[in-house]
Design a protein around this ligand. Structure first.
Ligand code: NAI
Ligand code: A1CAB
Length: 255
């Protein structure tokens, strides 16, 4: 397997971290338009080379090329890939770019829109994928991406909102966990233990919902003992329009 990754920023590095847990570094070919001090440090820490020319990626004849370049430059960078093998599948993680825009530059190339999220770094990501018409069998793409987490094939219409919830969502959950940490510290817990408690609780709550397939409001009802402490906290959240704030956050990111 050979995988090219273009744009080694936060998302590119998260994907590399995840793939290095399951693949050999020789299977990856990484390209970034410049090597600055941070990139040099990254190469040293990961014992991995990042090149600055995309032709090296094309010459490696990769099975997949993942674009994690900034959205505004991604279509321009793709212009450099016109000699890419017709068999290579492009996975474009740049938010807001359509399959048609990519195929206007690379006609008949198999292309999938990809929305990864930062938990791919620890192989617990959520990956939304929308395929173009030149991909007739999704299995090789799914089995490749499953190394990084849960893979969901969506239509291109669903892809945008799916990706907002899963791609932006980790930041919303991070804000929630930071707030839990502050509340715990305010009440005397040390910060390290506070963050471990918050992360473990969020992970466990997510696993419970995923493994039982029970709706979150039903799970919430199982926690709120009548006359107990949890319902007082839930009412406080409602008084601060917590649900509306979350819905507004998703709408703002999706816009
Ligand atoms: N950060 C995240 O959680 C997610 C990001 N994405 C997408 O991934 C892409 C990158 O986002 P981040 O990693 O957050 O940004 P970033 O700014 O951390 O990384 C972008 C990288 O691309 C490089 N780059 C810029 N111009 C380039 C060019 N012409 N050729 C090659 N490399 C170039 C930059 O030097 C940098 O290393 C965006 O399109 C974003 O929509 C998608 C899902 C989640
Ligand atoms: O903030 C962004 O634009 C990217 C897309 C999804 C997560 N990060």
């Amino acid at each position: 397997m050979k995988v090219g990754i273009i744009g080694i920023g936060h998302m590119g590095q998260a994907i590399i971290d995840g793939l290095l847990n399951t693949m050999k570094s020789e299977e990856l070919i990484l390209s970034n338009h410049r090597i600055n001090d941070a990139m040099t440090t990254y190469q040293e820490e990961h014992q991995i080379e990042v090149v600055t020319d995309n032709q090296s990626v094309i010459n490696a004849n990769p099975d997949f090329v993942i674009f994690t370049t900034p959205a505004p430059v991604t279509l321009a960078v793709m212009q450099e890939f016109k000699t890419l093998s017709a068999q290579t599948v492009i996975l474009s993680a740049a938010a807001g770019i359509s399959l048609a825009e990519i195929n206007a530059i690379l006609p008949e190339q198999p292309v999938a829109l990809l929305m990864p999220n930062t938990p791919v770094a620890v192989n617990h990501g959520t990956l939304g994928v929308a395929l173009n018409e030149y991909i007739t069998d999704s299995e090789p793409i799914e089995s490749f991406l499953q190394q990084l987490g849960d893979v969901f094939i969506t239509s291109e219409r669903e892809f945008g909102i799916f990706g907002t919830v899963t791609g932006c969502g980790p930041a919303f959950v991070d804000v929630f966990m930071a707030a839990l940490g502050d509340a715990a510290v305010k009440n005397g817990l040390n910060r390290e233990l506070a963050y471990q408690a918050a992360a473990s609780m969020v992970k466990g709550s997510a696993s419970l919902m995923q493994e039982t397939n029970i709706a979150p409001d039903v799970l919430k009802d199982q926690v709120t003992t009548p006359g107990g402490s949890t319902i007082r906290g839930v009412v406080a959240l409602e008084q601060h329009a917590f649900r509306a704030a979350v819905i507004d956050a998703v709408e703002a990111s999706n816009g």
